[in-house]
Design a protein around this ligand. Structure first.
Ligand SMILES: C[S@@+](CC[C@H](N)C(=O)[O-])C[C@H]1O[C@@H](n2cnc3c(N)ncnc32)[C@H](O)[C@@H]1O
Length: 270
């Protein structure tokens, strides 16, 4: 079953039960945060603070300026933190969390997520490498996104190596026919095209991610019949992959356009 929910994800996440989903993937929108820039906040752990967060720790929220890069990150951090705390609460104890983000923000986000999940829960930084668009001549042209992978319990989580899509050997002649036909397991570096402009997959939603990336995550980190949550769902790529792979899916977005695109894209599944 695929469920599409319209609304602010913080409000909607609070309605979901503790430990009720098996896998969470999110691709939050950095940079759309111009509105949030007005209220840049810094959250610091302080046992005298009035805000209570994960595991009952106290925090203080401090308003800071909004001009510098650090400050605009402070905004994003304050936006993300309560949502990731909700994700942690909703995730089953053997569940996994994938966080898709831009290379400029990933380091700050990792520190934030480590605080909520614990550093031991961090398993991989996946590099999704693509080759598209203009190339700057001023520095190495950035052509990748980062996906942080966490397991709520790093000693007990779903990871289906037997059900992964396999990739070709670079030198198939060196490994023999059987191995080369079977291919090898993917690593933490994934080469995959962006959604091609003229493809059937393209919905027209600006930040749409490729189905191939979501299929790989869902096959590896969930089982048929499991429930997957994407609370920054956009065009519903996570839902489309879940529908193909026999997983249930909860999709949230606060943009009516995204809801419309998802309803059209997933009309045979909802
Ligand atoms: C980068 S896009 C996700 C794209 C998606 N992965 C795909 O493949 O289409 C981020 C989405 O988060 C949504 N969003 C931003 N803030 C939100 C909020 N507070 N609650 C729910 N959705 C939100 C935006 O409307 C946008 O569709």
């Amino acid at each position: 079953m695929i469920e599409i929910i319209f609304g602010d994800n913080l409000t909607e996440l609070k309605k979901l039960a503790d430990q009720s989903v098996d896998l969470i993937y999110i691709d939050p929108p950095f940079n759309t945060g111009k509105v949030q820039k007005r209220t840049a906040m810094k959250t610091t752990r302080d046992e005298n603070g009035s805000r209570i967060g994960f595991q009952g720790h106290h925090y203080v929220n401090e308003k800071i300026g909004s001009k510098s890069y650090q400050d605009s990150f402070g905004d994003f951090y304050a936006f993300l933190q309560p949502r990731i705390e909700e994700a942690y609460r909703i995730l089953k104890n053997n569940g996994s969390f994938y966080f898709h983000i831009d290379y400029r923000e990933v380091h700050y986000c990792k520190v934030l997520i480590d605080e909520i999940f614990g550093r031991d829960s961090f398993l991989n930084e996946i590099i999704w490498a693509y080759d598209y668009g203009a190339r700057t001549t001023k520095k190495w042209p950035p052509k990748h996104d980062n996906i942080l992978f966490y397991a709520k319990d790093p000693n007990h989580y779903t990871f289906n190596t037997d059900d992964m899509d396999r990739i070709p050997y670079m030198a198939p002649g060196l490994v023999g026919k059987e191995k080369s036909e079977r291919g090898k397991l993917p690593t933490d570096t994934w080469w995959h095209t962006i959604v091609p402009t003229n493809s059937k997959e393209k919905t027209g939603y600006p930040t749409q991610k490729p189905l191939g990336i979501l299929r790989r995550i869902i096959r590896a980190s969930s089982n048929p019949g499991d429930t997957v949550l994407d609370f920054f769902a956009g065009s519903g790529t996570t839902g489309a992959a879940c529908a193909e792979l026999g997983r249930n899916c909860i999709l949230m977005d606060n943009n009516p356009e995204a809801i419309q695109v998802m309803k059209e894209r997933l009309k045979t599944a909802i």
